[in-house]
Write a protein that binds this ligand. Structure first.
Ligand SMILES: Cc1cc2nc3c(=O)[nH]c(=O)nc-3n(C[C@H](O)[C@H](O)[C@H](O)COP(=O)(O)OP(=O)(O)OC[C@H]3O[C@@H](n4cnc5c(N)ncnc54)[C@H](O)[C@@H]3O)c2cc1C
Ligand SMILES: Cc1ncc(C[n+]2csc(CCOP(=O)(O)OP(=O)(O)O)c2C)c(N)n1
Ligand SMILES: [Mg+2]
Length: 600
């Protein structure tokens, strides 16, 4: 069979280095599926259970590998299903290309079956580039531009291919005529460096500071040595935004860990007390966990000018690659001889880890979820990849899992959608079959999409060189994060909305040929991790946990936590009554910028 436009589409993707596409078929993309069948030796098609999972997996591929993630879906319903996963990629600025089918050109505009105005539908999520091929001659430049724009802008792009165009003969070389496009595939990232005068301004701010705090994120991932060196020289502590969790190891004495509601007390204290802030490659969103406006002078570094000066009114905004910029900044920075600030940060970190251990070992009914993460942390295998979700698990993931060099971690950060952990973990496994991949998720998220993704795991796991892929499910029979958010707002739990049906997650895993482990006693948590981490197949680790363990902001002692939980739970339906005032008073005492933490 002569090459079709679809064959050429896939060939062009492979010329761009694409090796795997996540998707789901349908008659709007039969032509493209036929081409996948013919291209199997060069391009892998991974069948997901739902197009949203394909988009999540493409996003995770981009996050974990730095390459462009690609997903494919049929016209109409398939294309619509992609959206949430594509918005996840857009929110976290990941390069993803979506390829979708469309009704035949002869039917477009005729209210035809499965016809949706896809250019309009994708106009927001793929705002950098969305175009439809009305002729095979466009395929070459549509692929080249979608890939180049996705890569260079860290954006979602979309190519729409009507079903009849898919089957037309390929046109790899447009005629040498007026109105034709002759595009190419090469792409190199430029060196991005600020101007010398601006580096000098930044150095002046940083040199003048006496108490420097650093906040780094995902964008600092290739600047590990430089970040450590700058922190050493400035006597600074370093906090990490959640998507940058893996960037610096947690055993460095000056790393304060996460920041924010799920952050650590040392991070909160450092931001509250610093006089200078250096932010590198981060979009961390919560202003109340950054210094109060005017209290600290600020410098920010980001490769994307649009992301500068939007979280704190930083005095010097440097457009640059994190590593390149820190390298040229370093010679301008003076070593702080006064190290008291740094020593204070370091001792705060030691105290924090002791508090974490105490909290994890508190009893709960029947099991404290913190214990599950606390026991996992020291057992994490080298180079493992951890994928988180939205729910209480996000908090324990952020606080308890200590990262070491070589590990990776991620979740849906900006969109903060439920359901990222399981598809992300599967994509991690496809990208790195030799590494251990771990998803940490709630039962709500598992019921939303995770259980179905396990069927994908059943289909593929035997392909992986190392079969270890572990799904930790916190079975707390509740949308616990929402219950806590409502309680904190002074509302009792609304059972009709938050209670979840119990489900046998471990048994379900066994029933489809994976391994299920169910744990409900604290003493079994550690041995169960050993079993899961040495299993010969993917494991669902079902932890039967207490939904009433609160996810609390950083400034709260063990005693305050106990008092808070018992007071707040009295407001729940079974106890009757709402105790808005006492909840608000308690919160006023523990949230950041409370008067006694505020030097101004
Ligand atoms: C339930 C839930 C709760 C959450 N709570 C918190 C919380 O308490 N604390 C928290 O931190 N997060 C929290 N998040 C996540 C939060 O919403 C943000 O997504 C996260 O803080 C962003 O992390 P980041 O800044 O590391 O990454 P990103 O948002 O990915 O930012 C990276 C930045 O680096 C830039 N960049 C990329 N490459 C380079 C380069 N080479 N050089 C320089 N710059 C570069 C990018 O342009 C971008 O601006 C939560 C998420 C969920 C799901
Ligand atoms: C798609 C989507 N729907 C709703 C929410 C709001 N939300 C955030 S966390 C959460 C509850 C998560 O419940 P579960 O997965 O059971 O975890 P738990 O908090 O109980 O540990 C909800 C509903 C969301 N983030 N994403
Ligand atoms: Mg739950």
């Amino acid at each position: 069979m002569a090459d079709t436009a679809s064959d050429f589409l896939l060939q062009r993707l492979t010329q761009w280095g694409v090796k795997r596409v996540y998707g789901y078929p349908g008659d709007g993309i039969n032509g493209i599926m036929g081409a996948f069948e013919r291209a199997q030796d060069k391009l892998e098609f991974i069948q997901t259970r739902h197009e949203e999972m394909a988009a999540f997996m493409a996003c995770a591929h981009a996050k974990y590998t730095g390459e462009v993630g690609v997903c494919v879906a049929t016209s109409g319903p398939g294309a619509i299903h992609l959206l949430n996963g594509l918005y996840d990629a857009k929110g976290d600025r990941q390069p993803v290309v979506a390829i979708v089918g469309q009704a035949a050109r002869s039917a477009i505009g005729g209210h035809y079956q499965q016809e949706v105005d896809l250019t309009s539908l994708f106009k927001d999520v793929a705002s950098e580039y969305v175009y439809m091929a009305s002729s095979p001659v466009q395929i070459r430049h549509l692929v080249d531009r979608a890939m180049r724009i996705a890569k260079s802008q860290r954006a979602v792009t979309c190519i729409i291919v009507p079903k009849d165009v898919q089957d037309l003969p390929a046109v790899p070389n447009p005629p040498h005529l007026h109105n034709t496009i002759h595009s190419g595939v090469d792409f190199c990232f430029p060196r991005v460096l600020p101007a010398d005068a601006d580096l000098r301004r930044a150095a002046d701010v940083l040199n003048a500071g006496e108490r420097v705090a650093m906040l780094i994120g995902f964008g600092a991932q290739n600047a590990v040595d430089e970040t450590i060196e700058v922190a050493e020289r400035l006597g600074a502590g370093v906090a990490k935004a959640l998507l940058g969790k893996f960037v610096l190891p947690d055993d460095l004495p000056f790393v304060t860990g996460q920041i924010g509601l799920l952050g650590t007390r040392p991070s909160a204290d450092m931001m509250n007390e610093c006089d200078t802030l250096l932010m590198v490659g981060t979009t961390f969103p919560y202003a109340e966990f950054l210094p109060k406006e005017g209290k600290a002078r600020g410098v920010q570094i980001d490769i994307d000018p649009r992301m500068l000066g939007i979280r704190y009114p930083t005095e010097v905004n440097l457009v640059g690659d994190a590593g390149e910029t820190l390298r040229v900044l370093l010679p301008l920075l003076e070593r702080k001889t006064e190290r008291a600030w740094r020593s204070k940060i370091e001792s705060g970190i030691g105290d924090w880890w002791k508090l974490m251990a105490d909290r994890a070992l508190e009893s709960a009914d029947p099991l404290n979820p913190e214990r599950v993460f606390y026991e996992l942390s020291p057992r994490l295998p080298d180079n493992c990849i951890i994928s988180g979700d939205a729910g209480t698990a996000t908090n324990w993931f952020a606080r308890y899992l200590k990262m070491r060099p070589g590990m990776k971690s991620s979740l849906s950060g900006s969109l903060a959608t439920m359901g990222s952990a399981v598809p992300y973990a599967v994509a991690a496994k496809f990208a790195y079959p030799q590494r251990v991949s771990i998803a940490v998720t709630g039962d709500g998220a598992m019921q939303m999409n995770g259980l179905n993704v396990l069927i994908t795991v059943k289909k593929y796991w035997q392909r992986w060189a190392d079969p270890r892929l572990i799904f930790l499910v916190l079975n707390n029979r509740e949308l616990s994060q929402v219950s806590w958010e409502m309680r904190v707002a002074g509302e009792p739990k609304f059972s009709e909305s938050q209670d979840l049906p119990d489900f046998p997650y471990a048994e379900y895993a066994d029933s489809i040929g994976l391994k299920g482990i169910r744990v409900s006693r604290p003493e079994d948590v550690g041995p169960a991790w050993e079993e899961a981490l040495h299993a010969d197949r993917p494991v669902v680790y079902e932890a039967y946990t207490d939904p009433n363990v609160a996810t609390l902001p950083p400034h709260i002692s063990l005693e305050e936590a106990r008092a808070f939980m018992s007071t707040v739970l009295k407001g729940d339906p079974d106890e009757g009554g709402i105790i808005k005032q006492s909840v608000k008073q308690m919160l006023a005492g523990i949230l950041p910028h409370k008067p006694d933490h505020d030097a101004s």
